[in-house]
Design a protein around this ligand. Sequence first.
Ligand code: ATP
Length: 235
Amino acid sequence: SDPQPILKVENLEAWYGESKALHGMNFDVREGELVTLIGRNGAGKTSTLRSIMGIVGNRTGSIQFRGKELIRKRTYQIAQEGIAYCPEERAIFASLSVAENMTLPPVLRPGGLSDKDLFEAFPNLHARRKSGGSKLSGGEQQMLAIARILRTGSRFILLDEPSEGLAPVIVKQIGTQILRLKEQGFTIVLVEQNLQFARLVADRHVVVENGQVVDTLTPEDLSADLDRVKTYLGV
Ligand code: ATP
């Protein structure tokens, strides 16, 4: 039997000021699962991650994580519950070294990877540990953005378009890292426009349109009906 969902999003609505971005999102994520949010630009994928993390203007509905309601919690409390967020812009501090960037997020729970483990898992980052953040390639920045949240001890990760702007060979490396996290039991919600990449790593795809979930697809559905999926994405 399927494990119970550890994240349950119900009727989630979100606003930026007067402007409504989410119109009642409903989806679940089970322990150890990798779920993608796919859909065209402006559909509400990023806003969904930001709403889970409590960084939109206002939100209503329900976000239950391991049985606890997050909808009225603040961002730091949500992080303490064990959810980590890796934003699309990666948020690497240009004036700090790789090693300094790595140690920025606080360790919030037991079970986080040590610096030694991280540098073993990301040998490129070890080679560049003294380089400034501004000297990194896009791929190295993305690796660093993922590596540093693994220190916090969170086992539930929200990843926004890690493949964005990267060369195919680097996208493959990121995919390998993400699959490794999945093997280690991390649960991941991934926003992804790159269908090839999404297919490689995901257990399930949640299709977002106009701030709502309009479909849920297995990898088999996606492969069988790629044309339909492409119309969802407007590509
Ligand atoms: P993209 O891939 O382009 O980021 P998305 O599916 O992640 O697309 P969101 O970024 O979540 O979509 O945007 C959902 C809606 O919210 C869009 O209508 C967008 O214009 C609006 N929106 C997003 N960020 C803001 C903001 N900071 N202020 C006002 N409106 C915003």
